[in-house]
Design a protein around this ligand. Structure first.
Ligand code: CTP
Ligand code: MG
Length: 219
């Protein structure tokens, strides 16, 4: 599942973030074609902003992304969009991957690595990077706690889950899917993430992703 239904308020611009231009194509084209090329993925559900279903279907056709089953209108939060997308995932699907369209540079081999963790018996798997900064808990400008950095990771997407486990946990709200599965007692495996899996939030992020893409595919 590709969640692309956000408005992209921090990016600004005249269209939702998934349709911002990345090297002359809608940003969505990059993660979509990378998921399409992933051998273990059988079907893709794309969750898009209201009114963007048609352009999304046309884009999938243009890219030859034949695994795209449906483009559906998302909800008011990421978690709501995931729930809407999950309704389109059949029970026969053993595993489901949830990926942010805002992270265009899905690295080769990551999906396979996440699915291996499910084969090992984990309920879910997430890519993560160590954190460089010291992280403190603070409210109203006052520090209450310093967290042990060695135990902290910064988590990315795609996140992989046993379909039934995510479905059972998906009623809550969280900034990622794994937090919902964790709250339900699920065991989540961490696998190595990638710096280039950066989530495009600001225009500066978009430029960085564009530069990485240019290095990968000079045209
Ligand atoms: N997302 C979604 N539905 C929402 C909100 C977010 O599908 N209601 C998706 C976004 O499209 C994005 C991912 O979740 O791919 C991560 O969200 P974020 O980076 O916050 O994107 P936006 O919400 O679009 O950006 P902003 O918060 O700046 O408006
Ligand atoms: Mg958001």
């Amino acid at each position: 599942m590709l969640v692309a239904a956000g408005r992209g308020e921090r990016l600004g611009g005249d269209r939702p973030k998934a349709f911002a231009h990345l090297r002359g194509r809608p940003l969505l084209a990059e993660p979509l074609s990378r998921l399409e090329a992933c051998e273990p993925i059988d079907a893709i559900v794309v969750v898009v902003p209201a009114g963007w279903e048609e352009p999304s279907i046309l884009l999938a056709e243009e890219l030859g992304a034949s695994k795209v089953r449906v483009c559906v209108e998302g909800g008011g939060t990421r978690s709501a969009s995931v729930r809407i997308g999950l309704d389109e995932v059949p029970d026969e699907a053993r595993a489901v991957l949830v990926h942010d369209a805002a992270r265009p540079l899905l690295p080769h081999g990551l999906v396979e690595c996440l699915l291996e963790a499910l084969d090992e018996g984990y309920d879910g798997a997430v890519p993560a990077l160590p954190v460089a900064d010291t992280i403190k808990r603070a409210a109203d400008g006052i520090v209450s706690e310093t967290l042990r950095r060695a135990e902290l990771v910064a988590v990315q997407t795609p996140q992989a889950f046993v379909t039934a486990v995510l479905r059972a946990a998906a009623s809550g709200e969280g900034s990622d899917c794994a937090s919902l599965v964790e709250a339900a007692g699920g065991r989540i495996r961490v696998v190595p993430g990638d710096e280039r899996l950066l989530k495009v939030t600001t225009n500066e992020d978009l430029r960085r992703v564009e530069a990485w893409l240019r290095a990968e595919r000079p045209e």
